[in-house]
Every structure is written in C-alpha cells, then in structure tokens.
Design a protein. Sequence first.
Length: 488
Amino acid sequence: MASTLRGWKIRSARLAGGLSQAELARRAGLSAPYLNLIERNRRPASAAILARIADALGVALAELDGEAERRLSEEIGEILVDPVLAASQAAIGSAEDLVGRAPGWAEVIRRLYRAYRDQRQSVLALADRLNHDPFLGEGVHRLLTHVTSIRSSAEILAGQTPLDAAERDRFLAIVTADSARLSDAARSLLSFFEDNSIRVRSATTMEHVDAFIFDTNNYFGSLEMAAAEVRSDLRDPQKSGTPALDDAGGGRDEIAGGASNRSFRSVRRLALPVVEGEIDRIVSTHPALPSAEARELARSALSNYAAAAVLMPYDDFLGAARACRYDLDVLGARYGVSYEQAAHRVATLRKPGAEGVRFAYMRSDPSGFVTKRLPVPGLPLPRYGTACPLWVIYGAFQTPGATVRGFGELPGGEQFLFLARAVEKSPAVVGRPRHLLSIMLACPAAEAAKVVYGDGLDMRSAMIPVGTICRLCTRLECGARQEPPLLA
C-alpha cells in the first residue's frame, strides 16, 4: 500500500520545490518518462531510486516512503466496513488516492470518524446502563410503589364511604409517609444523574495513544539517548548518587530470583527524573493526543519505553537479538527481564537504518480483549474485540508458559510467522481464576529464517489460511467463522 502512495508524495514534494518533471529526472539520473510513470503510480520505485529522488528533492527519505500515509489510509479504509457507514469502494474510490491527493482532507475525515465512533460508543454505553443498571431499575420500582400507595390511600379518603376519625388519620399518615419516601426516591435518582463522577467513558483514549504509537513508529530516538545517560549514571553511583544498576531494586540477583517486574519498576522510577522533560515535550506537541487523559496514558507508555531502553540498550540488544535469532527466553535471561518485556522490546527495534526483524505485537486477555497492539504492514490488528480465532494468541491459553507457533496466510496472500505465549500476570490465588495474558509476535514469513521460532516448521505444510477479523475476512468456507463478512 505504501508504494501506491509514493507517487503522490514525490509529485507533491516536486511541486513544492518548484521543479519540473524533466529537471527532477535530470537531478536524479532518471528519464523523464520513467519519473512520470513513478509519479502516476504506474511503475514502482526501488529503495535505491527512491533514495536518489529524495536526494534530488533535498528531503529525507522517510518523507517519501509513504509509511505515515499508509497508516492513515488503513484507518480511513475502516470506514468502508463500518456497518453504519459501509459503502462500495468502487463507487467512492480508494483510500490511498484520497490520502495521496488530499492528505489534509484525509486527516479531517479520520478525526471526524474518530469523533463519531467516540460519540456512538458513549450513546450505546449510556443506553446499556439505563437498561441494565440495578440502581435505576430499583429506583423506578420504588417510585411506582410509593405512587401506587399514595393513589390508593387518596381514593379511599375521597371515596363515598364515610370514615371515622381514626381511619382517616391512619390513611392520612400513609399518604404522608409515602409522600416522604417518594420525595427521597426522586432525590436519589436526581443526584444519580447529576453526579459528575458517574459518566460514560469511551475507549478512544486508548485509540488516541494507538494512533500516537503508529505515527511515531514506536521508536523514540531522544528517549534512547536519555536512557543511555541514565544507564551510565546507574552504573556509576558516585556520579548520580543513585544505586548502581545491578543494585537498583534488587538488580540482577533479584531478577534471577523472579522479581523482574519489581526491578523494572525500580529502573523506571530512577529514570523518570531524567526523561520526564523529554516525555512531556513529546506528548504535549503530538496532534494524536488531544486530551489530558490520552497524554497521561502516553506518558506512562513512554516511561515504560525509557525503562526498557535502560535495561535493554538499543544497539546492544539488537546485536544480541540477531545473535540468538530473537529467542525471547535467551534475551530475557541475558537482560534480566520478563518474557513480555523482551517481546515488547523486539517490537520496538525500528531505528531508521538499524532495524531488526519487523514484528507485530499484540497482547490479549482470555476474553479476547486486545490490551496492547502494534501492527505491521499487511497485518492490521483489531482495535477492539477479537482477532481471527485461528491465531496462536488464543491457542496459547491452552498451555500457559509454552510457546505456540505457526505460519498463517491472509486472504490477500500475505504470509506471516506467528508465535505466542500465555504468561501469568500475578500469583495464583486459591478459589480464583488465574490472571493470564497472551503475548503474540508476528513477522513476515520471508523473515522466518532469521527467527528461531521458525525452525522445524515446514512453511508449506504448516501454512494455515487465516484472516484478520471475521467481519473483514472473505474466507466463507472457514469453520471458525463467527459472523458473516461485511464486504463480499
């Protein structure tokens, strides 16, 4: 998809620079007709040619690769499968064309759709609460009970049959008491609706942070540099007055004893004073974080990123990952971190010019709710709900602690190596269910030879037809399908 956007990017950059096609072709060492075909997306541009064009335009190569626009077009493409807004792609054209021709309008449409989805979720949540909240049901029942009692007593008092003084006083007392109870019940309901602390909270805060992570490609060079400074200080306690890295929160010895999470929190606490200024700068200026809640959640994510960068310095970790072929257990033992922390770190190896294997990362609870996600090109991950039930992320719950792996082919022909493990998030408690989360990584099948988890799997026989989510998958014959596709 990114390649279909490069032509538009090149043309826009050329026009912004005031260059003709002939002049840009001359500077890049290309023929003018060939450049014309590239700009019209009729011919692909190899990495080498793209670099020459970027150099001729005087712009960074990243500005032409179309990665940011690809993410934007993917999100706009979701509108086509929304049950309320679904439309024929043949009738409205492709999202890539819109993004390429009018990126500003595409961004406006994305924000409008996010706002619409946010409000729709709020309305549905409020309607569900009004229908099922036990307090509301009980409150309405109390109102009806007291109104019925008052009406019955009033009809007796106003009836044709005369009442003696004692009976009249008794029914008047009933009316008075039920009137007071009716007033109390009405005030309770009123306070319920006026309570500002009781409000519908939509899931868009997490979605905003997701967009922030996508836009930044989950790589923060400034935090990597700050982490190196923190690591240097922690190795030299006399320099900073803080415990040495091996002693922080228990250090390596405590980690070996199973306290990696406590050590991670300790390093995060020690690193925060150094990195919080840079974190504030990042979250306060990024347009994908419009609310205070989104910025606070992003701060927490970046604090974790910085702590991981302290414990697992980028270049050293990348070299170790390549040497052990991304064996998460080996990496966890080497750096004294948990399986989950090692898995998340390998998914952040996206430094331009020094990238590792490009992994998608996904974390799910046993209900299928996605609690963390980082997609890769060709493998969009669900924003909410469940993914394809054939993905190994769900099979891992059957054997907690063991790595489940396999190859999968999407309907469009994209092939991936999937691996997942269900991990225990807290100690087991008698009489309560285990707190498990499944951690999944996925990389293009073409890179499986670089990953130890591809060993021993025959790609042809182990390749399973999978989808993304049922509503987007066109495999009508799939026995695991839970709902029909929205688009044929």
